[in-house]
Design a protein around this ligand. Structure first.
Ligand code: F6R
Length: 632
């Protein structure tokens, strides 16, 4: 039944790491099989964030299991143009950083298009690359990632199925997606050299990796029509291609999103709620208005047969949705509310908000944060990273100027501050595009964000001892690319949890974006909880964990387990709390293609959730913050 929707085989794994282990296993067994028959193994390789965990696993297999790359010949898909090989952002550097420098591949077997080629020679070089692939016997296994617009390699929508290796123009959305490597959109090259679709499709076997937020384009490529407008859909024409994806990237596939369309399913309350909310949003009819005919028209006839009349099901879903809404995020004291998302017992609660950056707390759950405090709970905030990368240079000199002025004003010797200011000015004026900030400048940037976070906490009403700056070491690389979670990150977090012993923990549940800061921050918390639980700490039995989403997204309406409404006044109060983060206003270097400021994104997102609840047939609020519980 499922095959009728998916036209390319899809292997779904719980996490990107598990998917990468599978893909690495496929590569390793091919390399070994070729070794045994004395042949070379020709690999087509991709860059980008998706294959990083694959390369980490291959490096591990080389180091720990003796997997040799002596017989590997590699061809990389693409390279920015123009860009010198030596540039940190080049795919040449990328491949050496993540794979080639750590395995025994022969340098002469590595082929990567060169962004330093003279424009007049590119055609010739592209032709030579195609020839070399032929001479090597063709690509045995091609690894691919996928762009949000469906590109494979840098074959943007519209690329012909017959296209070969060539120079292409990058779509703006691709340049924006890759701005993280270049700090500023104007520095992202406009062109790239890429293997063509026909070059890719000629590979004997293809594995495409996709994690997290790629769900929409994965579904289009796998279930949609074969069209050059979604280049990855052209892979449907290949006879040995699989998609290796994680659960999040699978979330838009019919078998996951509309499982009732793929055959018989178990009608759990969660599934009923999912199916009915989908139907409401499609039909535009609030829950209590749905009729038997609507259920039948929407392919939910099975549900009717199993659970009875539409009215009964409507009521069941209505109560489920109603019970997610509460003005008491810490539980309502002395109330007996069986369907309430939080416990009435344990009052007041000790609450811990983990904020990946120094402003996620107020942006993503400011209304809830204020309610918890105002309702008498002891709220702690743990700022997980310094957030220093997102402060512009101008702020450094502005604040150093203030420090000098303050000392002069107060009759304090300002010669040291003046010297630091001069040094900083000199450094920043002469900073190269890719030069890392000095430790001192990074610390000053971190301090600026710390002061903003403290000011926000005071605005909410917290005392200093309720504010914790964790400065997790994984973040402190000075670049956009962060390290994976480390032991020290977990130790710091376990120590804080054990000190505070919270009854309630809130953290950013951004499971997507495998290499983003939020994901690592979440991994650190999950790992800490697992270890504390295994160690048998008593307090953890009473601790519930709630996940909020970071600044960019919201939970799917059918998943929300706790929705905290906000009045128009509370919306304004939250807005002022976000305003305190002045260093994040207007000129954040990594805004991507969304020019709205954080307060605007937060307000639109929160009012959108409230609108959706109203569309479902519940009370209309000005805004709502949403949470899902994590059971560990
Ligand atoms: C990389 C490449 C691109 C990426 C795609 C996804 O060599 O050709 O097609 O695979 O842009 O990039 P990430 O994995 O960074 O989301």
């Amino acid at each position: 039944m499922v095959e009728s929707f998916e036209k390319i085989p899809v292997n779904i794994f719980a996490t990107p790491i598990e998917g990468s282990i599978f893909a690495a296993g496929e590569i390793a067994s091919l390399i070994r099989q070729k070794q045994q028959s004395g042949q070379n193994c020709v690999l087509g390789l991709a860059t980008g964030s998706s294959p990083i965990s694959l390369y980490r696993e291959l490096v591990r297999m080389h180091k720990e299991e003796g997997l040799s790359f002596q017989n590997v010949v590699s061809f990389n898909l693409d390279e920015y143009y123009p860009l010198e090989r030596e540039a940190v952002q080049s795919y040449w550097s990328f491949m050496h950083r993540y794979l080639f420098n750590h395995v025994d591949i022969k340098p002469e077997n590595i082929h990567i298009p060169n962004g330093g080629w003279a424009k007049d020679d590119i055609k010739k070089h592209c032709y030579e690359l195609e020839e070399k692939i032929e001479q090597a016997g063709g690509i045995d296994l091609q690894i691919l990632g996928i762009g949000n617009n469906g590109h494979i390699g840098f074959n943007e929508p519209g690329s012909s199925i017959y296209s070969k290796t060539r120079l292409v123009t990058l779509e703006n959305s691709t340049r924006i997606a890759n701005v993280k490597d270049f700090q500023n959109i104007t520095r992202v090259p406009r062109l790239a050299i890429t293997a063509g679709i026909s070059t890719i499709i000629k590979a004997k076997k293809i594995i495409l990796l996709a994690w997290g937020f790629k769900s929409a384009v994965v579904a289009k490529s796998v279930e949609g029509n074969v069209t050059e407008q979604v280049p990855a859909s052209l892979l449907q024409t290949h006879n040995d291609c699989i998609f290796v994806i994680d659960e999040l990237a699978a979330s838009e596939l019919t078998r996951i999103k509309y499982p009732w369309l793929t055959g018989e399913i178990e009608w759990t309350p969660k599934m009923i709620r999912k199916a009915v909310t989908n139907m409401i949003l499609k039909t535009g009819k609030p829950v209590l208005m749905l009729t038997n005919k609507d259920y039948n028209d929407y392919s939910l006839g099975d549900l009717l047969v199993e659970k009875g009349d539409a009215y009964e099901i409507n009521l069941q879903v209505y109560y489920m949705l109603r019970d997610t809404i509460t003005g008491w995020p810490g539980g309502k004291p002395n109330a007996i509310l069986p369907g309430h998302p939080e416990r009435s017992e344990i009052q007041p609660k000790c609450c811990m908000i983990f904020s990946p950056h120094p402003d996620d707390d107020i942006i993503s759950m400011g209304g809830t944060f204020m309610r918890l405090h105002d309702q008498g709970h002891e709220v702690h905030v743990a700022y997980q990273t310094s957030g220093n990368i997102a402060v512009t240079d101008e702020f450094v000199t502005r604040f150093l100027d203030f420090a000098v002025g303050f000392e002069d004003l107060s009759g304090i010797d300002s010669s040291m501050s003046k010297a630091i200011l001069e040094k900083a000015r000199h450094f920043l004026d002469n900073k190269e595009t890719n030069q890392l900030d000095t430790d001192q400048i990074r610390q000053i940037k971190g301090l600026i964000r710390r002061c903003e976070a403290k000011a926000t906490c005071r605005y909410v009403g917290l005392k200093d001892e309720q504010i914790h700056f964790q400065n997790l070491p994984f973040y402190e690389t000075g670049t956009i690319q962060k390290n994976p979670m480390g032991e020290e990150d977990v130790q710091i977090t376990m120590a804080l949890l054990r000190k505070i012993k919270p009854h309630q923990v809130f953290c950013a549940g951004d499971l997507a974006d495998p290499h983003g800061t939020h994901k690592v921050c979440l991994d650190v918390i999950f790992e800490s909880f697992k270890r504390i639980k295994a160690a048998g700490d008593e307090w953890i039995k009473d601790c519930w964990v709630w996940l909020y989403k970071g600044a960019w997204q919201e939970w799917d309406i059918s998943e929300i387990e706790m929705a905290i409404p906000m009045s128009p006044d509370q919306v304004m109060k939250k807005r002022y709390g976000i305003f305190i983060h002045q260093s994040q206003k207007d000129m954040v270097p990594f805004m991507g293609d969304d020019s709205r400021e954080f307060w605007q994104r937060a307000e639109e997102r929160n009012s959108n959730t409230a609108d959706l609840y109203a569309q479902l047939g519940l009370t209309k609020y000005a805004a709502m913050e949403a949470f899902v519980r994590w059971h560990y």
